[in-house]
Ligand binder design. Structure first.
Ligand SMILES: Nc1ncnc2c1ncn2[C@@H]1O[C@H](COP(=O)(O)OP(=O)(O)OP(=O)(O)O)[C@@H](O)[C@H]1O
Length: 376
């Protein structure tokens, strides 16, 4: 092993708390006419009281993954794997049981609060429609930080700001007393101050209500700042899963590093921004090897033909790259250009990485409910 590889900063274990509220295992979702799966062996967990972020560029499969938690799939989709909520398999749910799951356990908050609210109805009516009593509607508004809730509850959406409306939508989501909140780009349309306020509110709510929160964003800095753990998605696959702090300290996947260096950090005027070249793949693109190979500055010939699957990292996270370092005590950042031992191709490390990848994928598959479910 080369001696000049950086030592890792010890990171907290990335393993989630033992009891997962949402547990997605090896979820693969195919759409009619698409050349590759929309979701390809996606596995993730969210525990009660945990904030988990799902990050990636447009089209990477974030929303489709989140909707799977609701048992919501595109028409004609064929799904395999497992989506368990509180121990119940969601993939096979239909009819009344599916409706009960959607109404009861999981709530979804979207980007645009105005789309969720009827412009001619009062805010209080919106909350009552979601199961709150009149008095509770006022309490709910207060609980999401809206001042003068007795007056606000009688107002219509046009009388409120975007940030206030997003608080109303969150209050509406809480009315059903969910255990899991899916926030799909819920702050993207807001100015930065309001965005910070809403994210702080979501963190408070998860602590007060023991909510699990799956926070979907394309902004990795935001994800890492507000989440306990982060899953990075690319082309329908999870390419890295780490604690937020480990992700910032030593991102293991070249795509994660690309996301970190292509967006600005507050106060950092020295580090140049480096956009990731090219575009994310579409559903008509297929990959014999790594899906990121065409955009990866660190790719080697083997990446064209060998498809990496997540390998466990010593800190409890995982990354899907042929050259990720899985050895304890060393940084997973093994692939930085200039940091590679000569002639590393075909090295024992690569072989080990392959072994671990296959073994790990198999373990995941063994734990999954392999029923094929067609959601027409
Ligand atoms: N109902 C559908 N019919 C056809 N294709 C779909 C459908 N839903 C999603 N897709 C496709 O699946 C892929 C993943 O979409 P998804 O919305 O999950 O990505 P995303 O990462 O959430 O992107 P964005 O940030 O733009 O919302 C995209 O290529 C999208 O076009």
């Amino acid at each position: 092993m080369s001696e000049n590889r950086p030592r890792s900063t010890p990171a907290p274990a990335a393993a989630p708390p033992a009891e997962a509220l949402l547990e997605i295992v090896d979820l693969t979702l195919r759409l009619p006419g698409a050349a590759r799966p929309v979701l390809d062996s996606v596995s993730l967990t969210v525990a009660p009281g945990e904030v988990v972020a799902l990050v990636g560029e447009s089209g990477s499969g974030k929303s489709t993954t989140a909707k799977a938690a609701l048992g919501l799939f595109p028409a004609g989709a064929v799904a395999s794997g497992s989506v368990r909520f509180d121990g119940t398999e969601v993939l096979g749910l239909t009819g009344e049981r599916l409706r009960a799951h959607r109404a009861d356990g999981v709530a979804l908050v979207h980007q645009d609060p105005r789309a969720a609210l009827n412009p001619v109805r009062r805010v209080g009516d919106f909350l009552v429609e979601r199961g709150a009593g009149r008095a509770e509607a006022v309490e709910l508004l207060a609980s999401v930080g809206i001042a003068d809730p007795e007056r606000r509850v009688r107002q219509r959406p046009h009388e409120m700001s975007g940030g206030m409306l997003q608080r109303v939508v969150i209050a509406g989501a809480l009315a059903a007393r969910p255990r899991l909140l899916l926030a799909d780009e819920a702050t993207s349309a807001l100015d930065v101050t309001t965005q910070a306020d809403i994210l702080a509110l979501l963190r408070t709510l998860r602590a007060e209500h023991g909510l699990g929160l799956l926070f979907i964003t394309h902004d990795l800095h935001l994800a890492a700042a507000y989440s306990d753990r982060v899953y990075v998605m690319y082309a329908g696959r999870v390419v890295e899963s780490r604690t937020a702090s480990a992700l910032f300290t030593a991102p293991a996947h070249p795509y994660t590093r690309g996301l970190l260096t292509c967006s600005p950090t507050l106060g950092d005027t020295l580090t140049p921004l480096r956009p990731i070249p090219g575009r994310p793949p579409s559903l008509s693109d297929t990959f014999p090897g790594c899906p990121f190979v065409e955009r990866c500055a660190e790719a080697e010939p083997t990446c064209e033909t060998w498809s990496p699957r997540p390998v466990p990292l010593p800190d409890g996270g995982a990354a899907a790259c042929a050259f990720v370092n899985t050895e304890p005590g060393l940084s997973p950042v093994f692939t930085a250009v200039g940091n590679r031992p000569a002639g590393r191709m075909g090295s024992p490390l690569l072989e080990r990485s392959r072994e671990l990848g296959d073994g790990w994928a198999q373990t995941q598959a063994d734990g999954a409910d392999a029923d094929e479910v067609n959601h027409a």
